[in-house]
Unconditional design. Structure first.
Length: 271
């Protein structure tokens, strides 16, 4: 399962990111013959929801893929949302950088709710801020949050077996960060918050998007397309998990394997 479950007010909310419906259209423009993966994606989201006992689904950005406007895939995206509304009591969409005109596409679909790109704060046992990751959240939401869950960066790991065969696996990354430091860098303002926030980065949900190997990523501060540029990342404190929550180790171990010890910060490459 390429997501996590959040409990709030008796509801189980399945959190996923980057469904990128219509991605195959771009592949065809590149000369790659790719059939639509939307049915497979729907089946996955149905299965993950059933496994988690979820009655609400939240997609953390890049619901659709086609840019700048969804001419070829708009109908496919709308049907995708209608089908999701039959599987879940509520479907919450948090727009990402690929989601232009998503408001028009989703309009009038019962059970589908469109937030804005600055995110949604869910008040559970631990207040959790949901967003895509390309836009800053509201300062008041970030100040209250104990957990921030985002997508946008499509993390993955390369795993080599005993005979040298390499596979690319989707990964979940957890980063501990001082909230006051994060907010000072993000908003250029002093915040007296001496407490930690946990940042959770989810992989892409689309079946054909394998993501970017975390061990090959250059410096974080070089990329202004993600809020992770404000994170002071300490690789020894960043935990890496497979999507079944198998703990693979901390990020510094992956950097050492790839000769990346020279940098204590990473850039999460976006698409």
């Amino acid at each position: 399962m390429r997501g996590i479950v959040f409990k709030v007010d008796g509801d189980n909310v399945l959190l996923v990111a980057d469904t990128h419906v219509g991605y195959e259209a771009e592949l065809r423009l590149r000369g790659i013959r790719a059939v639509s993966q939307t049915s497979r994606l729907l089946n996955n989201l149905k299965q993950w929801g059933e496994e988690a006992g979820a009655n609400t689904l939240a997609i953390l950005g890049d619901v659709k893929h086609e840019l700048p406007t969804p001419r070829e895939t708009a109908a496919e995206v709308r049907q995708f949302l209608k089908d999701l509304a039959k599987l879940y009591e509520r479907v919450i969409l948090i727009p990402g950088n690929h989601d232009g005109l998503l408001d028009e596409i989703s309009q009038g679909i019962e059970g589908v709710y469109l937030a804005d790109s600055r995110g949604v704060l869910l008040d559970g046992v631990k207040p959790t801020l949901l967003l895509h990751g390309h836009a800053k959240p509201r300062p008041e939401d970030l100040a209250r949050a104990e957990v921030l869950v985002m997508g946008h960066t499509h993390p993955s790991v390369s795993i080599v077996d005993e005979i040298g065969y390499v596979t690319r696996e989707h990964a979940i990354i957890k980063i501990k960060q001082n909230k006051g430091t994060l907010m000072r860098k993000m908003y250029n303002k002093q915040y007296d918050l001496d407490e930690d926030i946990k940042i959770v980065i989810l992989p892409a949900s689309h079946p054909l998007i394998t993501g970017f190997d975390i061990a090959n990523l250059p410096q974080l501060t070089a990329d202004d397309r993600t809020i992770l540029r404000y994170v002071e990342l300490r690789p020894e404190l960043a935990e890496v998990y497979l999507t079944d929550f198998t703990f693979l180790g901390t990020l510094d171990l992956f950097l050492k394997e790839r000769g990346g010890e020279e940098s204590s910060r990473l850039e999460m490459v976006t698409s």
